[in-house]
Design a protein around this ligand. Sequence first.
Ligand code: NIG
Ligand code: FE
Length: 422
Amino acid sequence: MTPKANLCIKNIGQLATPVGSSARKGKEAMGALKVIEGAAVIVENGIITFVGKESELPSALPQGCKVLDAGGNALLPGFVDSHTHLVFGGYREDEFQWRLAGDSYMSIMERGGGIAKTMQLTRSTSEDSLTESALAHLKAMLSMGVTTVEAKSGYGMQTETELKQLRVTRRLQEIQPVALFSTFMGAHDIPPEYKGRNMAYIEYIIEDMLPRVKEEGLAEACDIFTEKGVFNHEETIRLLTAAKEMGFALKMHADEIVPFGGAELAASLGCLSADHLLRISDKGIHDLAEGNTVATLLPLTAFSLKAEYAPARKMIDSGCAVALASDLNPGSCFSASTPLLMALATIYMGMTIEETLTALTLNGAAALHRADRIGSIEVGKEGDFALLRMPNYKFLSYHFGMNLVDATIKGGVVYRNEIEQE
Ligand code: NIG
Ligand code: FE
């Protein structure tokens, strides 16, 4: 349920937004924000109909239009978290402590922990309880200015549980305001039933899962974990080619743990995005810059795994379209903190705050092929905003790690962050 309303926001100290309806590529385009001081916007039935100086506001506002006073603070597009594993059962807090003590993500995975552990827990958790815990994450994300979230399946790895996860995502869309983009990720790992028989598992996905997902309209994209020791190139090509033929957009977890030529493959298959890319090669950077695949970077995961960050600076300087997302999941990254994400991007990855904002709005939207509808504050786009409690966007990196969002606006409906006393 994404309600739509009429709204006029006045007294905006600074409105800052990227501009356009496709991904912004490279340093100049990613760094170019449109900034209006003393701005106002009008939203009619959920869609932006006016953006400009408050002095130029039309005298007659739409009927029944609520007016929000921004108090001289900054208004930004709603944030787009274009990579999460939102729906899952149980937790893996012990693994996190093991990793802090020196264990590696892959060695825990090889011992049957990791994704396989969450798979067991997700299989045995009811739809109601999966919905309840995902809902709590979405509420927290909304309070940090996030208005669109991608959610992957991939903790079932058998048809029934994959469908269960995707149905939870569909149900979540009906009961809360954050817009969801659903991705099917049956190829998240090899389930124990298919251990050592990767291609047989891929065929099972193609024959059994994908048609059901398609039939019920449960996902727009298909993702795969292409990684040494998980799915190789041949298996990736087989799955993604079949998924493309069935009308799914494609995504890929690429070059996360070791260099594996994932970015090159994602570009050649025409993926919407290649995600992670901590170990991307120079050729991979070149191929993404040449093509239309968004490079989605997930700094919270690198932080959590104590891995080296993706080479964001080099990628942007080479002409890539970089998006930033949380990767929220119960293992490698149990956080969806937008404030921490922006701090890591600006302080450790060498991204400017302007590039960071573009990456978290318009380029995130492009990674979900929604850049024509969301990701910027422009007439015709959806009325999704993050209203800060600070006068300009630069505070996002300066006052780091803090939630500076005072209100999140989705489709013209205002969700305020109030400090409540019980
Ligand atoms: O994006 N790399 C694979 N998948 C997830 C981790 C999932 C998990 O650990 O449960 C990721 O980091
Ligand atoms: Fe992921």
